[in-house]
Design a protein around this ligand. Structure first.
Ligand SMILES: O=C(O)c1ccccc1NCC(=O)[C@H](O)[C@H](O)COP(=O)(O)O
Length: 261
């Protein structure tokens, strides 16, 4: 793992909390029968929706306040708005998430659910079943191949998150087939959509490519799609207000008539 002093204080705190949770240990490995993420994206494309993973994100280090609504109702609203898949934060201390919430959301919807957390040790994989788990290349370092294998052994699909070309190379070398390029720099918590644009051309064609963070408008959606995104992961912009309307606006971004309004 990289030198922690390069990370924003909030991110250092997130990682320290993740290591504490990893040390708590779990009883028994989960065995997941996952809902296919690629198939969900294909279904969205087939009926003219931009594939969007809508994120249930009650709060975060870069958000003011906490959204207290029932996360299951929020998740159902996002699916009603056309989300191809959902992402649910399970990190409790900085994002207001929990494994229990993810379980309830996954029971309530029929789309794939990504578990959004900061996994740094194999034991964390057994906290809860989900269709997809996130591994952040920057945080897992040389453990990426082993964690990828451990997650797949349990049945998970794995989204490997990268922020630059070096991390992309490590992800591809480790055998990642779903890669997310995070526009949020976890050192300074600054968002720049140019990050995706600079990394995307180097992603092999066979990899499912997801643009993450900072996508706030239909223009942003079109920009990320033009740069090669198969799908988009959107949290804050959907959580801010009516989640169904917000999701709908983004998934319809490529419909000709929507451009004119
Ligand atoms: O969102 C944050 O404030 C944050 C801070 C520190 C580490 C990670 C953080 N976010 C994790 C994410 O990956 C985002 O929740 C996700 O990509 C959605 O981003 P956005 O649409 O910008 O809310």
């Amino acid at each position: 793992m990289e030198d922690q002093t390069e990370l924003a204080p909030a991110v250092r705190s997130i990682l320290s909390a993740a290591r504490d949770r990893a040390a708590e240990g779990r009883s028994g490995e989960v065995a997941v029968e996952p809902r296919g993420l690629r198939a969900a994206f294909d279904r969205a494309e087939d009926d003219g929706r931009v594939p969007v993973i809508a994120e249930v994100k009650p709060t975060s280090p870069t958000t003011e306040g906490t959204r207290e609504d029932d996360p299951v109702a929020l998740a159902e609203g996002m699916v009603a708005g056309g989300a191809a898949a959902l992402s649910v934060l399970t990190e409790p201390a900085h994002f207001g998430g929990s494994a229990e919430v993810l379980e309830r959301v996954r029971e309530a919807v029929d789309v794939p659910v990504l578990r959004k957390d900061f996994v740094v040790a194999e034991s964390q994989l057994d906290a809860v079943e989900s269709d997809v788990v996130l591994l952040i290349a920057r945080f897992v370092g040389d453990d990426l191949p082993d964690l990828l294998a451990a997650a797949r052994d349990r049945g998970f699909q794995v989204l490997v998150e990268v922020h630059d070309r070096d991390e992309l190379e490590r992800a591809v070398d480790a055998g990642a087939t779903i890669v997310g390029v995070n526009n949020r720099d976890l050192a300074e918590l600054v968002v720049d959509l140019g990050t995706f644009e600079s990394v995307a051309p180097h992603v092999p064609d066979e990899v499912t490519l997801i643009a993450e963070s900072g996508i706030g408008s239909p223009d942003d959606v079109r920009r990320m799609r033009a740069a090669g995104a198969d799908a988009l992961l959107v949290g804050s912009a959907i959580m801010d207000g009516d989640v169904t309307a917000n999701t709908r606006e983004l998934v319809r971004a490529e419909r000709a008539t929507e451009h004119q309004t």
